[in-house]
Design a protein. Structure first.
Length: 319
């Protein structure tokens, strides 16, 4: 399949949200130029494949019989559609009108950018934190000193701005840049794969831009779901892999321990009564404790990868 522009969605048990995501790319929300629509179904059990084929007959639907990770699945779609620009989109993300056109126009106007990322909001319109400095030792120490309140998230109010990395829930990527670095590292099952990719792009001189007038609504965690323990295990497994690649030896250890200290402090605040508790994030102390245990002891149980492997084994399929 060949086009200047393609959109790749990986669906996993979010049939109605995937239909909403595709609907935002057609009809009144369609981009102004031809666009290849691709959806890879990650062995959903909710009728996603049949529903998408019925509602969007021109979409290229891949009914994958096994479950795999974010990067590996999106790599398959990147190979399937050889477009100049490729939008990586979550199945729980919905584009506002003209968002894709604005991202395309930005990459057209900025040849130094490999990635154009939209502003992301919650479904109710509240802003969502999706652009950050890279998690190097310095930024992690800054995050510890400020309990994550300053110097890590990157924001813009209007126009566009250069950021370290942006969330993989919605990213328009330039294929010629990926030709230099390669696509996602499939060694990351979930989390940090987009951070790693944008770090490798930055190391070759490419930039990631956050574009304020392109907006996407995102249903947080609808794509990962599951119990928090397996999600947290996978998060730290991936973050350790990231640091081993980009900040080996003492650098990675410093970054890991700094973030661990931040989570430990936030867990303490979450248990306090009164105004100080407001400094803690909206996570329960039990989840913050899980983060600390994974920092100190490594993976403390099965993660998302093991959950997928168990499903594949139970159904007699494999990656």
């Amino acid at each position: 399949m060949s086009a200047r522009l393609a959109v790749g969605i990986v669906a996993h048990g979010n049939r109605d949200l995937a239909l909403e995501a595709l609907a935002s790319l057609t009809g009144m929300g369609a981009p102004s130029e031809p666009c290849a629509l691709l959806l890879l179904d990650n062995a959903s059990e909710d009728g996603t494949v049949a529903a998408v084929r019925a509602a969007f007959p021109t979409a290229d639907v891949v009914a994958q019989p096994f479950r795999d990770g974010f990067g590996a699945n999106h790599n398959r779609l990147l190979t399937r559609a050889a477009a100049d620009y490729h939008l990586i989109l979550n199945d729980d993300a919905v584009l506002e009108p003209d968002a894709l056109d604005r991202l395309v126009a930005h990459l057209d106007a900025h040849p130094e950018a490999a990635v154009a990322a939209p502003l992301v909001t919650y479904p109710d319109g509240r802003p969502q934190a999706t652009a950050f400095r890279f998690p190097d030792p310095a930024s992690c120490l800054r995050s510890l000193a400020t309990l994550g309140q300053y110097g890590v998230e990157q924001r813009i109010a209007s126009g566009w701005g250069r950021v370290g990395w942006a969330s993989g829930c919605a990213l328009l990527v330039r294929r010629t840049a990926l030709a230099e670095t390669g696509p996602f590292d499939p060694g990351f099952y979930m989390f940090s794969e987009e951070t790693d990719l944008q770090r490798r792009l930055a190391d070759r001189g490419w930039q990631t831009h956050l574009v304020a007038d392109a907006v996407v609504r995102h249903h947080v965690r609808a794509s990962t779901g599951g119990d928090p323990a397996s999600r947290i295990v996978e998060f730290w497994r991936s973050r350790r892999r990231y640091w081993a690649k980009h900040h080996p030896r003492t650098g990675g250890d410093a970054a890991r321990l700094a973030l661990g200290g931040q989570y430990a402090a936030l867990a303490g605040l979450a248990r306090l009564p009164g105004p100080l508790r407001r400094l803690a994030p909206g996570l329960p102390a039990s989840e913050l404790d899980l983060h600390v245990r994974n920092v100190l002891h490594g993976p403390t149980g099965p993660g998302l990868r093991e959950r997928a492997d168990a499903w594949n084994a139970a159904h007699g399929v494999h990656r």
